[in-house]
Design a binder for this molecule. Sequence first.
Ligand SMILES: Cc1cc2nc3c(=O)[nH]c(=O)nc-3n(C[C@H](O)[C@H](O)[C@H](O)COP(=O)(O)O)c2cc1C
Length: 340
Amino acid sequence: MKEGTRKFINTPLKIGNRVIEGRLLLAPMSGLTHVAYRELLDGYGGCGLLYTEMCSARSIPQENRYVSPVFRWRNEELSRLVCQIFGPDPEIMVSAAKRVEVEGFFGVDLNFGCSVAAICKKNSGAALLKTPDLAVKMVRDVRTAVDIPLTVKFRTGWEDRPDLAVDLARRFEDAGADALIFHPRVAPDRRSRPPKWKYIREVKQAVSIPVFGNGEVFTEDDCEKMIETTGCDGVSLGRIAIAKPWVFSEWSHGCAVDLETYRNSFKQMILLFSKHYEPTPAIRKFKKMAVYNAAVFQFGHSFSKKLCRANDFSEMASVVDAFFDESPELNGRPNLNLFC
Ligand SMILES: Cc1cc2nc3c(=O)[nH]c(=O)nc-3n(C[C@H](O)[C@H](O)[C@H](O)COP(=O)(O)O)c2cc1C
């Protein structure tokens, strides 16, 4: 990472009425950015803002934080944690955002990006990009209802029309959004083609609120290139943050990483997943994450298969040790199109 880029990603940035200390954000990821993973990530540091998994706005008002699998947090992370909500109508989003504010989160994020059928069928996520007036109304109503920072995560739309995304970005800003996280892919495209970073530049140039670019930033070079070519205010990291939870610290502070970092991260995961979840969901969540961790290694596929076949954490710990005792080689550029 060039010194100038490192300085940039460590430059504080105002989002609404709050300031973040670094410009690398965690992207929200369902089944992955849960409380246990975020504790692991926090141990390394360097992340400007944490995001929850997407949470159903309909459920949030009556959710119990100690029971809910997704609307759950540690008090220590709350001042840097954004809760992402999805839902089909402004009233539901407003009620959820109010609870998010009362609980003391840094901010609330509206999900206009998820194109998974189960979410779109409920007129939520990326489906709202088909009814821009409704999406804009949600932003305006939530803005009126809460004072905490309001971010919007969205994608290009349902057609390869950057002009529509640019227009929507302006309307989100006018409606009171404090920052945008933009993933430049069309909605039916589930990561099969590269994201079009040049659209991030267009969105950035159209608004005056901070814009975070998102999509296939897997290496320091990618990060540098996204910042330089799009002029974005920061970068939202998804799958690479799961594969390498120390990536924020590595890129923003230059912390040293070796094979023991990888081994220790697996061991920490075992402890933290057991701390936050009952054994069955803990093991399921661990396996889901481990596929990403293993993908950065040559022969990672066979490693992750062995992990997925293991029945409990003590078997998994043995698989991890056996793998790292052989000094495995890392892949140059990880393939994180895993669809698991
Ligand atoms: C398993 C998985 C779950 C995801 N869940 C969400 C989600 O809950 N909300 C959301 O806005 N995006 C979600 N995304 C999209 C990511 O936030 C991000 O936009 C996408 O992975 C591209 O970034 P990346 O190339 O850095 O991974 C998900 C992605 C993955 C791989």
